[in-house]
Write a protein that binds this ligand. Structure first.
Ligand code: GLU
Length: 315
């Protein structure tokens, strides 16, 4: 563990010196204000310890990382019936593509593109009040991370609502195909708030632990979601978690992960640890430039890779 702490410091120093830091997202006004100098990394281990370096206590907008939470909740609500409404294939298109949705007659490719996430949010809303669904999401995030500090950033939620034409179009399109049960504006209301969930890197790493532990959270006896469901969520993260950069990420890092346009990435080392990184500068696919570089370095040095076939264990 001492060497892991030193490695995180080393990664932090390495990223501080990087000049190619990507572009901060201008998709919504609140994200455009972020500084590309920010960098944080945290590793939560199975014994309940969390090691971190950089701006690891600073909250940021988790954006699309929240799509893991709504997927887990939607599966909890309707189980495998979800798969009649959303697919499980990488999209090969931008995360907010409308063309693909028309082509596939209202069944989004996977739950991590925006159209697919609108479907999982619709399932979570389930005819209830948006406020209740948002509250349930927040409670779920707090439980997973074992932290009451997690909040919804009202400024980001407002900003989402002001720039939601494309998501609104996707939602109406889903509705036209009969793949949205609730009213478009109510689904969007929940979606904007889930994107605005604010967490720091330490909390996000901890929140990922249930995906390393067969659905259990440290200290709990019974899984909160079943081990087979965890395997499937991890598989979807591996194939679809980094938008149209998922193949390259699997090649370079080899871990299931999910990114968001706020610059966060959470990565899972099954049976070992959960990692969160945050740096707002993005590559053209919408993934954090320094986040990927940091994960690549960490995974290589720790020999953390689900495709590793040697028995070398450096932890
Ligand atoms: N709020 C963003 C949107 O809905 C989330 C995108 C993302 O992080 O991928 O477009």
């Amino acid at each position: 563990v001492a060497s892991l702490a030193a490695l995180l410091d080393e990664i932090c120093a390495m990223t501080a010196a990087e000049t190619d830091r990507g572009q901060v997202s201008h998709a919504i006004a609140a994200l455009a204000e972020q500084s590309d100098r920010r960098f944080a990394i945290a590793v939560a281990t199975l014994d309940g310890e969390t090691l971190s370096a950089g701006d690891a206590g600073m909250p940021f907008s988790i954006q699309s990382v929240s799509k893991i939470l709504t997927l887990a909740m939607a599966l909890g609500r309707i189980g495998d019936q979800l798969w009649s409404r959303v697919g499980r294939e990488p999209s090969g298109s931008p995360f907010n593509s409308i063309v693909q949705l028309e082509h596939e007659r209202g069944i989004p490719r996977n739950p991590f593109i925006n159209a697919g996430a609108l479907v999982t949010t619709d399932v979570v809303l389930a005819g209830g009040e948006p406020r209740e669904a948002i509250g349930a999401l927040l409670r779920f995030a707090r439980m997973l991370a074992a932290s009451d500090d997690i909040f919804i950033d009202a400024n980001v939620a407002r900003s989402e609502a002001q720039s939601s034409d494309r998501n609104r179009a996707l939602a109406h399109y889903l509705k036209a195909f009969g793949n949205l049960d609730n009213e478009v504006e109510r689904v969007l209301g929940v979606y904007h708030h889930q994107c605005a969930l604010a967490m720091n890197c330490r909390q996000l790493a901890r929140a990922g632990l249930f995906l390393c532990l067969g659905g259990r959270i440290p200290g709990s006896a019974a899984p909160i979601i079943s081990p087979s469901r965890v395997r499937r969520i991890n598989a979807l993260m591996m194939t679809c978690g980094l938008y149209d950069g998922s193949g390259d990420f699997a090649f370079r890092v080899g871990l299931p992960a999910k990114s968001g346009i706020g610059g966060a990435i959470v990565a899972i080392v099954p049976g070992r640890a959960a990692i969160a990184v945050w740096s707002p500068g993005l590559n053209p696919h919408g993934n954090s430039v320094l986040g990927i570089r940091a994960l690549e370095h960490l995974a290589q040095r720790m020999n953390w890779n689900v495709f590793a076939t040697d028995t070398l264990d450096r932890t």
